[in-house]
Design a protein around this ligand. Structure first.
Ligand code: C2E
Ligand code: MG
Ligand code: MG
Ligand code: MG
Length: 282
């Protein structure tokens, strides 16, 4: 009987894995159409400057609202897109939307920088700098206003193509941010060698620091280390006023998290900025 149960389990595991594979395949085949017909869109999460208490930037985060299945997490479909060569298409869409929004905000008089996420995989694509510069030129946004958030799980070899790519992007005037700092192996290498202007402390540390002394000390040391190397520090995943106060006390420059705002449609971002804004002329 025990063996029968075991067999059932195996069959079940096999079935659910096959289900999973079918589901991924169906997502993939729907993705192209989803971009064309507006199911894929961009949400913006504001970044609050702690010292001035103003919103000086936002991060563009891709969203897919499926007509039957509802919202599909980017963690899920970005991975599928990377696996099946759709990441370039998605990134072109997101960067184009984000740059257009940044130009809209500049025209409204806001001094604003826009961040976009770039997959590690795309950093190995030699077409990336050209794609970004074309979009910037088409809308007329200076490269300094665009921040590329990068994550990498491999060590950063300074002779690698990825490293050369990152240098090229910086030379073209774009700014780099090291996303999810503290979770990959490459993060110290990146901090040491890359001309990144910003680091983002991963939300796992930010969320644990209120209850856990080790995490508290870790966040504190990351901020000190980043500042001594002249990097701006962003804390992600700030959900409480207490976390904000702690980070302020530690000298953190910028925060992002549900405490300030969830990622929202562009119209809601504008409302948010109008309440806490930076105007260029007075
Ligand atoms: P990320 O770039 O590290 O983005 C931060 C994630 O944390 C976002 O999840 C955001 O909604 C969430 N978040 C923000 N504040 C809080 C908070 O206070 N509490 C909690 N629990 N979560 C918070 P999201 O939007 O689901 O995105 C997940 C990941 O998907 C992103 O992580 C990024 O790696 C990837 N991603 C999203 N959009 C894009 C894109 O356009 N291109 C690429 N390549 N990756 C993207
Ligand atoms: Mg990010
Ligand atoms: Mg992050
Ligand atoms: Mg992440």
């Amino acid at each position: 009987a025990e063996e029968a149960v075991r067999n059932d389990e195996l069959v079940y595991q096999h079935d659910s894995r096959r289900h999973e594979a079918q589901w991924e395949l169906s997502l993939l085949t729907q993705l192209d159409r989803a971009i064309d017909n507006g199911e894929v869109w961009v949400a913006y999460q504001p970044k609050l400057d702690v010292k001035t208490n103003r919103i000086a930037g936002a991060e563009a985060l891709v969203r897919w609202t499926h007509p039957e299945r509802g919202p599909i997490s980017p963690d899920k479909f970005i991975r599928i897109a990377e696996e099946f060569h759709r990441i370039e298409r998605i990134t072109r869409f997101v960067v184009n939307e984000a740059v257009r929004s940044a130009v809209d905000l500049a025209q409204m008089g806001y001094d604003f920088s826009m961040s976009v996420n770039i997959s590690a995989q795309l950093l190995r694509n030699p077409g990336l700098p050209g794609m970004i510069s074309e979009i910037l030129a088409a809308h007329g946004l200076p490269p300094e206003k665009l921040v590329l958030e990068i994550t990498e799980t491999d060590r950063l070899d300074r002779s690698s193509r990825t490293f050369q790519m990152l240098q090229r992007l910086v030379q073209s005037g774009l700014r780099l941010s090291i996303d999810d700092f503290g979770t990959g192996n490459a993060t110290i290498d990146y901090l040491r060698y890359l001309p990144a202007s910003e680091i983002k402390i991963d939300k796992v540390f930010v969320q644990a620091m209120e209850a856990n002394k080790e995490d508290y000390l870790l966040v504190q040391s990351i901020i000190e280390m980043a500042h001594s190397l002249d990097r701006i520090v962003v804390a992600e995943g700030v959900e409480t006023g207490t976390a904000l106060e702690i980070l302020k006390g530690m000298g953190c420059d910028t925060i992002q998290g549900y405490y300030v705002s969830r990622p929202v449609p562009f119209m809601d971002l504008i409302d948010n900025i109008e309440r806490k804004h930076v105007r260029m002329n007075g």
